[in-house]
Design a protein around this ligand. Structure first.
Ligand SMILES: Cc1ncc(C[n+]2csc(CCOP(=O)(O)OP(=O)(O)O)c2C)c(N)n1
Ligand SMILES: [Mg+2]
Length: 310
């Protein structure tokens, strides 16, 4: 969680230099849902995500330097510098990919889970999506297909209340609970506090174990909150779609700080050790930014390559 926080804060701080030329969707505030869920996975398991994917990529073990270089549009980036922040991929880490088209990776994840099942592989697929993505048609189709075929997949919804600037009540007649949609398709589903790392981990562990042992799919809905603006490094509490009070009430429930306090209170680490961990992480992130900045631009000849699968 702390690593994701430090990486994204560094992105926010450097963004104004205008050297990162892609949009960035930061997930600061949502780290518990991301780290807790991925901690339940093995390296051989697969993760797919969407536009707000830095945390998922890092939590699954994606290469930080390759991610930074990608955000800087460099040839050493994980997508050759041609994708940017919303096209992260690290096959070695089992992070199969992210795409900015909302909902687009949900059916791909179901397909990957179907292939895994057909090949009898010992692998679980986890797909991260937002509350907004649950309103796409492919979400319903994918949940139905996964339930029908008993696929080894976990649908991991980070419900941060908003789709860009629209809260649920302007998007749906009545407010449909996401877990109820999954249950209506015959799928086990749980809703829980997405800012509580232990709860996220426990529920994720259960769902992953169930999928791995032939128990079929689950949907987990974690309630959490995005601190920064929908897209970009700043804040947007002043533009009218949410209040500063709401933001502060969630900031008080900072999942990173809460878990740090818990670890210290339980004697797992001391404050000094925590500080050293943070310092080391900051150095790692600074080095990744230097690496990204010093990396070469992609060659013009590479423009048509990797566009379609061969
Ligand atoms: C098909 C499609 N429609 C619209 C958009 C514009 N868009 C980008 S992010 C987003 C909101 C997604 O909300 P949610 O799934 O809750 O994720 P969050 O941004 O809250 O993490 C929208 C509508 C898009 N990228 N793709
Ligand atoms: Mg949302």
């Amino acid at each position: 969680m702390l690593r994701i926080r430090i990486v994204e804060n560094a992105i926010a701080e450097s963004y104004g230099e205008q050297e990162m030329r892609c949009p960035v969707h930061l997930s600061i505030g949502q780290e518990a849902a991301e780290a807790g869920a991925c901690a339940a996975l093995e390296r051989r398991d697969y993760v797919l995500s969407g536009h707000r994917s830095h945390g998922h990529y890092l939590a699954k073990g994606g290469n930080l330097k390759a991610m930074m270089a990608e955000i800087y549009g460099k040839a050493t980036g994980c997508a050759g510098g041609k994708g940017g922040s919303m096209h992260l991929v690290d096959l070695e880490a089992g992070f199969l990919g992210a795409a900015p088209i909302v909902g687009s990776t949900i059916p791909i994840a179901a397909g990957v889970a179907f292939a895994t099942q057909m090949r009898n592989e010992d692998r679980v697929v986890m797909v991260f999506l937002g509350d907004g993505a649950t309103e796409t048609g492919v979400f319903y189709e994918s949940v139905n297909f996964a339930a029908l075929k008993h696929l080894p997949i976990v649908f991991l919804v980070e419900n941060n209340f908003y789709s860009v600037y629209s809260p649920m009540n302007v998007r749906q007649k009545g407010v449909n609970r996401i877990v109820d949609i999954a249950r209506a398709h015959g799928m086990e589903a749980h809703q829980a506090d997405g800012n509580d790392l232990d709860i996220v981990y426990q529920l994720s562990r259960q769902a992953v174990t169930k999928a791995r042992t032939g128990g079929g799919p689950s949907l987990l809905e974690f309630i959490t909150y995005r601190w920064r603006e929908h897209c970009g490094p700043g804040y947007d509490n002043d533009i009218g779609y949410r209040t500063e009070d709401e933001f502060f009430s969630w900031k008080e429930r900072d999942p990173v700080v809460a878990y740090e306090k818990k670890l210290i209170a339980n004697g797992v680490v001391g404050q000094h050790e925590m500080d050293l961990i943070a310092r080391d992480l900051k150095q790692e992130v600074d080095a990744a930014i230097v690496y990204a900045k010093q990396s070469p631009w992609p060659d013009l000849n590479t423009l048509p390559s990797q566009v379609y699968a061969s």
